[in-house]
Design a protein. Structure first.
Length: 100
């Protein structure tokens, strides 16, 4: 494998690096990183995966439907916790937990 010297924008590389797929940029908490999808999925989703996708979509819709009062209540609760780094992530987690 060739030795790569990261440019200043990208501090480090990890995993396989190939040239046949698109690069994506992501942020998790305070960490910025890049990646590539080398082997995209080709098989169909299972019933459990489809159920999780539906639950996720339902939680996103619930967050978008929140009133200003509900958002203010979440903002107040968000200020008193340390687990979530963004208010949006906190609201999503709370709405996701409500879905049975």
């Amino acid at each position: 494998m060739a030795k790569y010297e990261p440019i200043e924008m990208v501090k480090s590389y990890s995993g396989k690096i190939c040239e046949h797929s698109d690069v994506y940029f992501a942020k998790k908490g305070k960490t910025l990183y890049t990646g590539k999808i080398c082997n995209p999925r080709t098989k169909a989703f299972s019933e459990a995966e489809l159920a999780r996708q539906a639950k996720f979509a339902q939680a996103r819709a619930a967050v978008k439907a929140l009133t200003e009062e509900q958002k203010a209540a979440y903002a107040e609760a968000f200020a008193n916790q340390k687990k979530y780094s963004t208010l949006q992530g906190y609201m999503f987690a709370m709405e996701y937990a409500k879905i049975a």
